[in-house]
Design a protein around this ligand. Structure first.
Ligand SMILES: [Zn+2]
Ligand SMILES: [Zn+2]
Length: 256
């Protein structure tokens, strides 16, 4: 008999039986009510879709293009913030017999022949931190937010947000479900920043409200009970972003 399991569509919140089929063996149920809603978030969801990526959450290794960009652009002496140093016991650093306190930019140089070998344990976490570093580095170089956003990938933007929230260090049961929801909201915000098409912006804005509310509801339901302090930080972040994005949409619509 077919499974009668239902869940809320990650995009619109509609109760549906349509699971992302790749998840049947991934130990997490993610639902999309329609191919349209799945396609809408695919540019980011594809990196985290299916076993080995979805649960436990795995950040993808650097693509060759990302690695080339970082090797070319990131000065090796860049004074990275504390968070971007490899302070935890890091399998990648050990793999390369490097010092544990090596900066990630230096680590990347030492890794350049192994960039896409996903078999190196811990490589996803290094890639995650490098993308967050890339965001900060580009932010310094670009005069306006618009110029910055057009030179980012959705994965880099999303990594920056996840990094800001300091949640990925915590191996918690709620983490994969939270990050999948956050990825949907982050992608829609990313697309809204980039588009200059009024109709497209209006349609993205309509899509964005439901998953944005659902993300806040998820924190209340699943993180508040076990980690109230962290949950307060997340809630105030998500609520402030939600208000700022609402205002930005109104402002941007007026100029298009
Ligand atoms: Zn839907
Ligand atoms: Zn999927």
């Amino acid at each position: 008999m077919a499974s009668q399991v239902t869940g809320e569509c990650l995009v619109c919140g509609t109760e549906t039986k349509n699971r992302c089929s790749r998840y049947l063996n991934a130990d997490i149920d993610l639902f999309f009510c329609s191919p349209d809603h799945q396609k809408l978030v695919w540019p980011l969801h594809r990196f985290f879709c299916g076993p080995g990526k979805a649960n436990p959450w795995e950040w993808p290794p650097l693509s060759r293009e990302e690695a080339d960009y970082l090797l070319e652009q990131l000065p090796i002496s860049l004074d990275l913030s504390r968070e971007t140093q490899a302070s935890e016991p890091d399998a990648v650093a050990i793999h390369h017999r490097s010092q544990r306190d090596m900066k990630y930019a230096q680590l990347l140089h030492s890794m350049q022949n192994d960039i896409q070998k996903a078999t190196i344990p811990g490589q996803g976490r290094v890639a995650f931190k490098l993308r967050a570093t890339e965001f900060l580095y580009k932010k310094r170089r670009y005069p306006t937010n618009n110029a910055l956003m057009t030179d980012l990938s959705p994965l880099t933007f999303f990594s920056h947000i996840a990094h800001l929230l300091h949640v990925c260090e915590r191996q918690r049961p709620w983490l994969p479900a939270y990050l999948h929801r956050l990825s949907v909201v982050a992608l829609l915000e990313f697309e809204m920043c980039r588009t200059d098409d009024k109709a497209h912006l209006m349609s993205l804005a309509q899509y964005w409200q439901a998953p944005s509310d659902a993300l806040i509801a998820f924190v209340r339901q699943h993180i508040v009970p076990s980690e109230p302090t962290l949950a307060r930080t997340l809630l105030s972040f998500h609520q402030e972003v939600q208000e700022a994005v609402s205002l930005n949409i109104v402002g941007k619509l007026a100029t298009l």
